[in-house]
Design a protein around this ligand. Structure first.
Ligand code: FES
Length: 148
């Protein structure tokens, strides 16, 4: 099996069986983002404490790339120091822009999304959940999360 096929399988697995799926009842912050081009959405809730991302969960609906990316992101970032999570976000955003980043190899399974860059219309799909997480780390949305 080629690396491309392995990555395809990994993305499909995360789409079908999303990790960290749900909503944290006593979240520190939440953020809800959507792609205006298609209406697909991701809502992220986080629990932050002792400079760590103690918990992260997401819900959403949309294309396989947006949902698999949010699942991979959540799995990677859960339990990490906030400073590390910010570096992961920067590394992922750089990868999607086709730029190098010193922490790129730390992204692990998230590297499966690098091929999305070949399809410029799908880059936004991959970034959706990461944008929601970044907004959570910057204080989150002031409005309550939309009803599920
Ligand atoms: Fe809507 Fe991917 S097509 S987020």
């Amino acid at each position: 099996m080629s690396l491309d096929e392995l990555y395809q399988e990994l993305l499909l697995d995360h789409f079908k069986k999303p990790r960290c799926h749900g909503c944290i009842a006593d979240a520190s912050a939440h953020s809800h983002v959507f792609n205006p081009l298609c209406g697909d959405q991701i809502a992220v809730t986080v629990k932050v404490g002792e400079d760590k991302l103690q918990d992260i969960k997401f819900t959403g609906h949309g294309c396989s790339i947006s949902q698999a990316s949010a699942s991979l992101m959540s799995e990677l970032c859960q339990g990490k120091q906030i400073e590390v999570v910010r570096r992961f976000i920067a590394a992922f955003q750089a990868m999607m822009r086709g730029e190098s980043h010193p922490d790129k190899q730390q992204l692990g399974d998230v590297l499966a999304l690098e091929g999305v860059r070949k399809f410029s219309a799908r880059i936004r799909c991959a970034l959706l959940g990461w944008e929601a997480l970044e907004r959570c780390l910057n204080g989150g949305d002031s409005k309550p999360p939309p009803a599920k």
